[in-house]
Design a protein around this ligand. Structure first.
Ligand code: 3PG
Length: 212
């Protein structure tokens, strides 16, 4: 978790990469890295996702590449074998957490309630994904959770945009914000990778302003 934490303390934004082929995934990643974002979450949502993950991890040595939307142990094992250096899930699955821990890979399970946060903490998790952040109570809910789980860090994801990024990053327990707003499907489909670089740079500027 250390390398991940260190990077996210400097650049607290995690973009999602979703692509139907590895070349496109690599081009998206290149655009994000050019904009200053080096923690990359490749989501397992397309048939080619594992191949995308493998290529992105192998071809971008400057990036720290993980897998998102990891739903079960089998996917977790496959993602780690493909080179994932961290695992993100939308919910809390004990098998996924155990598999990642056994492999020595950071795992950020999703939580949306105090009960789930407590369960994750007691499974040895140090950072949870707060999902879906905007629907689960936004920055107000995060502050309430952080006030009782003082040893947990949070990665809010779901509904984050340039309009509300600073509100989430203003909560000290937030390690980073994740989201797909940095990699719009329309920009990918039309090959506008400069736009993705611009969104990455914008996010970093907003983060720097929010964190002083
Ligand atoms: C996720 O997988 O974390 C969510 O789909 C991200 O939500 P967003 O698309 O609203 O950023």
């Amino acid at each position: 978790m250390n390398d991940l934490h260190q990077r996210l303390e400097r650049t607290p934004v995690v973009p999602l990469v979703q692509a139907s082929d590895a070349d496109t995934a690599n081009r998206i990643t290149g655009a994000l890295v050019k904009g200053g974002l080096t923690v990359i979450e490749v989501v397992l949502r397309t048939p080619a996702a594992l191949e995308c993950l493998e290529r992105v991890a192998a071809d971008n040595p400057g990036a720290l590449v993980g897998a998102g939307t990891v739903l079960d142990q089998q996917q977790c094992r496959a993602a780690i074998a493909a080179g994932a250096r961290f695992i993100v899930s939308p919910g809390l699955d004990e098998g996924v957490v155990a598999t990642a821990h056994e492999a020595g890979v950071a795992v950020l399970p999703g939580i949306a309630t105090a009960t789930e946060a407590q369960r994750a903490r007691n499974l040895g998790v140090s950072t949870v994904k707060f999902f879906p952040a905007s629907r689960a109570g936004g920055p107000g809910m995060l502050k309430a959770l952080a006030s009782v789980f003082s040893d947990l860090r949070f990665m809010p994801t779901g509904g984050i945009s340039p309009d509300n990024l600073a509100d989430y990053l203003a909560v000290p327990a937030v390690l980073a914000c994740g989201g797909s707003w940095l990699t719009p499907a329309s920009a990918v489909a039309e090959g506008r990778f400069d736009e993705i670089t611009g969104l990455a740079t914008e996010a970093l500027n907003l983060a720097a302003a929010a964190r002083g």
